[in-house]
Design a protein around this ligand. Structure first.
Ligand code: SF4
Length: 503
């Protein structure tokens, strides 16, 4: 079978989920080919002369080979200014690869003012009219050739982000027209969320032959007519190793778990969807990482876990990994121990992503984050002292938050400006099936049958536009915060941030 990562997915590292599926399929003796159609599609469009020839676009197109070379070498990450220019020029060329119209494209985003990925009817339209998709020129030839040469009869799409949905359906529509007997399988994080929605009723029957929720190995293998046997499936990156990702070497993605061991935060889709926590034993995870590192010689290891468990962090701190790594961790008492932070640093930890969400204790308690601000403060200081970068995630406009509480988040962030390297700011979306959705009054706004979020009336009247105004006009304008935000790598954000820790 063929496993496809559809556009648009950040073109800096391979898709971890497909590599895990490929490993499992090969262990079961199933022949499989992987295709990073997002990277290939983006590179194809970058090779086209832009549709506009204004000064910026012409200059960016002229320097494109230099910029692409810069982003694939370690030296390209030595100075933030040249890096920023390379990213924004490459992005300019991709944006202007399309004539002005309904579809807008960037290196990391895809939107269509006529079709919404939140409506199943629009996805079916994307499938009916694949030639409308800007990647059509690329994928029509590529898929046709691959099918002819390989003779595969099943194609699987891994759909993890909304940015990918319209392109995935355009590719599916093309394949079904090209070869009606071909079987199509659809899985990935976004598909899992759709299928976990209350009242889910598959609108894609007839186009998609099998939809898979959660880790797809067993379902896929039985769909292919094989018997799934439990075993240690090592992700297989062979088909991705030679791809020219926009990174200074191979970035190895690895998941030591699916779901989340904490599973309590009231705003979190993991809780709302009741996704089970499935960890790989820490000892085995470290062994797998070591085997993968030997095979792929990466410059960086990216843990994909929603939250790396304290047991995994302890195992890594104990044995080391021998290469730089980063991932999401919760703010826990383990990190209040300076020796533990030093051991993590020695193990290769270059950056931790931390979901702090708020600098107000009442808000944290209501959200059931399990975080004490006094502890968070110590953790940030310890990590800084150990030389581990921090990417702090904040969430505004949650139901318990008031403007005063948001002000306290501003104060906390400012007072820890010296310990925070990068910041991610988001505005709360209410999961359609989370605990808040039963409690709070809904507003009438309807986005589409596939929307995972519901609009709601904020209990304190702290509505979305006021929250956005606070974030834009107060929070981001603070000089300490503005200087942290300026350090965030444009577009690639946390995926490239580890290369800039300490610079
Ligand atoms: S720690 Fe993160 S992934 Fe886990 S429940 Fe909270 S927000 Fe969700």
């Amino acid at each position: 079978m063929i496993l496809i990562n559809p556009p648009v997915f950040k073109p800096c590292e391979p898709p971890g989920g497909i590599a895990r599926l490929a490993g499992s399929l090969r262990r079961h003796g199933v022949s499989c080919e992987v295709m990073d159609a997002s990277l290939e599609g983006i590179l194809t469009l970058l090779g086209k002369t832009p549709t506009l020839s204004d000064t910026w676009t012409s200059r960016a197109f002229r320097h494109l080979p230099d910029h692409l070379r810069r982003l694939t070498r370690p030296q390209g990450y030595e100075g933030p200014d040249k890096y920023r220019r390379a990213v924004s020029d490459i992005n300019r060329v991709i944006e202007k690869s399309l004539p002005p119209g309904e579809i807008r494209l960037s290196l990391t985003d895809y939107s269509d003012s006529a079709l919404s990925p939140l409506r199943s009817r629009d996805l079916l339209t994307a499938a009916e009219r694949p030639e409308r998709n800007p990647f059509y020129g690329y994928f029509s030839g590529r898929l046709r050739r691959t099918l002819e040469e390989s003779g595969h009869g099943v194609v699987g799409f891994s759909l993890n982000y909304l940015n990918q949905a319209l392109c995935a359906f355009a590719m599916i529509g093309f394949l079904k027209k090209e070869s009606p007997p071909l079987k199509i399988v659809l899985g990935g994080g976004l598909v899992t969320s759709w299928m976990n929605k209350p009242g889910w009723n598959n609108p894609f029957a007839g186009l998609v032959d099998e939809m898979v929720a959660g880790p797809g190995e067993a379902a896929l293998i039985s769909f292919l007519g094989e018997e799934y046997t439990r075993g240690e499936d090592l992700p297989d990156y062979d088909g991705f190793l030679r791809n020219p990702y926009l990174a200074p070497g191979f970035i190895l993605p690895y998941s030591a778990s699916s779901g989340c061991y904490w599973h309590r935060c009231s705003f979190c889709p993991e809780k709302a969807e009741a996704n089970p926590y499935r960890p790989i034993a820490p000892r085995r995870a470290v062994k797998e990482v070591n085997r993968l590192v030997e095979k792929s010689d990466p410059v960086l290891l990216h843990f994909l876990d929603n939250a790396m468990s304290p047991a995994l962090l302890t195992e890594i701190a104990r044995h080391g990994l021998g290469l730089p790594w980063y991932g999401f961790a919760r703010i826990t008492s383990h990190l209040t121990d300076p020796d533990f932070c030093d051991a993590l640093k020695k193990s290769g930890c270059v950056m931790l992503k931390l979901g702090l969400e708020s600098g107000d204790q009442d808000v944290l308690d209501h959200l059931q984050k399990g975080i004490e601000l006094e502890e968070a403060s110590r953790v940030l200081k310890n990590l800084k002292k150990a030389g581990i970068g921090t990417y702090v995630y904040l969430l505004f406009g949650t139901p318990p938050e008031t403007p005063e509480a948001a002000g306290r988040t501003l104060d906390f962030t400012k007072s820890h400006g010296a310990q925070i390297d990068f910041l991610n700011l988001a505005i709360f979306n209410m999961p359609v099936s989370g605990p808040d959705s039963e409690r709070l009054e809904r507003s009438a706004f309807y986005e589409g049958d596939l929307s995972l979020y519901a609009s709601f009336i904020h209990p304190s009247g702290w509505d979305r536009s006021s929250v956005r105004a606070f974030v834009e006009r107060e929070f981001k304008k603070d000089p300490v915060i503005a200087s942290i935000l300026r350090k965030n790598p444009p577009l690639f954000t946390s995926n490239h941030a580890p290369f800039f820790v300490g610079s």
